[in-house]
Ligand binder design. Sequence first.
Ligand code: FES
Length: 117
Amino acid sequence: MAEFHKLATEGEVSPGEIHQYTVEDRFVALCNVDGELHAFEDVCTHQFAHLSEGEFTGSEVKCPLHGAKFDVTTGAAKSLPAVKPVPKHEVKVQDGYVYVALNEKRVKLGGRGRRRG
Ligand code: FES
């Protein structure tokens, strides 16, 4: 069963806002789309950048580094140069707090053409 971590108080992230948190050494973005909370790994799938530092409009966030857009409700990459989705985390609100269960999938960076040794 997924383990939930307390992330924020209910109402801490208002509609149209996106915040960054750290859970078990992972960067987690929590955003509010018209009152609905969504959490995902706060790392772009193109190169290393925090999506929570980008432009957040409607249900899309734009990477601050090269401008790839992601749908925060699904994690899907909507424009180049990113092609892979960001892992979404499960969110629940209980007794005035927001909890998150981390997705086992993580963003892997630098896979293509990377050499070891
Ligand atoms: S690092 Fe996000 S688009 Fe390049």
